[in-house]
Design a protein around this ligand. Sequence first.
Ligand code: COA
Length: 346
Amino acid sequence: MIVDTPVATTSAAPAVDRTVLPVAVAGLGAYLPARTVDNEELTRRLDTSDTWIRTRTGIGRRHTAGPDEATSDLALAAARAALLDAGLDATELRALVVATCTPDHLLPATAPLVAAGLGTSIAAFDVNAACSGFVYGLRVAGALAATTDGPVLLIGAETLTRIVDPADRGTAILFGDGAAAVVLVAEEGAALGPFDLGSDGDDPSMLWAAATGTRYPPTPARLVAGEHFLTMRGSDVYRHAVLRMTASATAVLEAAGIAIEDVDLFIGHQANARILAGVAERLGLPQERSHVTIDRHGNTSAASIPLALADARDTGRLRDGDRVLVAAFGAGLTWGATLLTWRARP
Ligand code: COA
């Protein structure tokens, strides 16, 4: 069990980015693959139990992509739903950004494949900040939306179950697949920011897929040994996640000049219900103002925050003018937080 002690960090905290972009969410859409895997199903192939998974992580089930589905398919479905919600045609978009750490291929990026699926040839590129990808993506796509003459689509999309070792009970229970997208538009009076984004690359092996790139290429022997799968030092990751998400969210609140009482909804990266509860407690935020979907989605990395945002909207938890605080943490290490003001659409 995790002992909640402080963690050593070697790098100094970067200065908060005080930028507040006049950018609003004009459309929001989500896609979850049809198949769900509950904890009971996992107990049939892993030495684990429903009780262990629920008490240690808060997860009850997760969605898994079908055999013919890759990250770009999930992203495309979410993109179409977001465009429909915004009442826009893909031809009206100016750029498309996919936040993912599970691309279809190492090369090319996933975003151009999604753009092609939408029938457009706009600028399209990926952002990889692992589970912090959507928050990083908000900074990048938000800046694009603020400075071009049209909407920008940001999609968080992941197929984590493809890179997890199905025989590793420490990770196979945690992750799920899914995608969600936001259409970002420049709008007078809208506010996206400030941003607190940071990284610490001193110890990438804390959470990584080792034999997947140029440092340690995926040779046949390494593939046989399963070294291309995601591995994680869970309790180290846990402690860093609580520390970094709390610090990042606090930095954003201070830069915005608001108190935690002014936050209507907190959407943290859905990595573990206990991490979310720990962050909320440290922020002084009542648990009921933290939106939790990990029980149904598992950890969907860069897709988790927009999926939770869509879930909050669909369950009536978002009202016009609500201030939403988002915070994430992921491999890298990376972390980030920002504030957005929800604009209800007719
Ligand atoms: N079922 C049953 N037992 C399990 C298990 C499972 N699925 N996974 C691990 N265990 C066992 C371990 O082998 C260990 O046994 P031991 O004491 O005999 O050695 C015991 O449970 C405790 O393991 P530990 O890793 O200390 O558990 P934990 O309380 O740290 O919980 C995690 C493990 C993975 C749930 C937790 O560390 C976590 O959520 N970390 C963050 C993960 C994360 O968010 N990653 C993505 C970040 S974006």
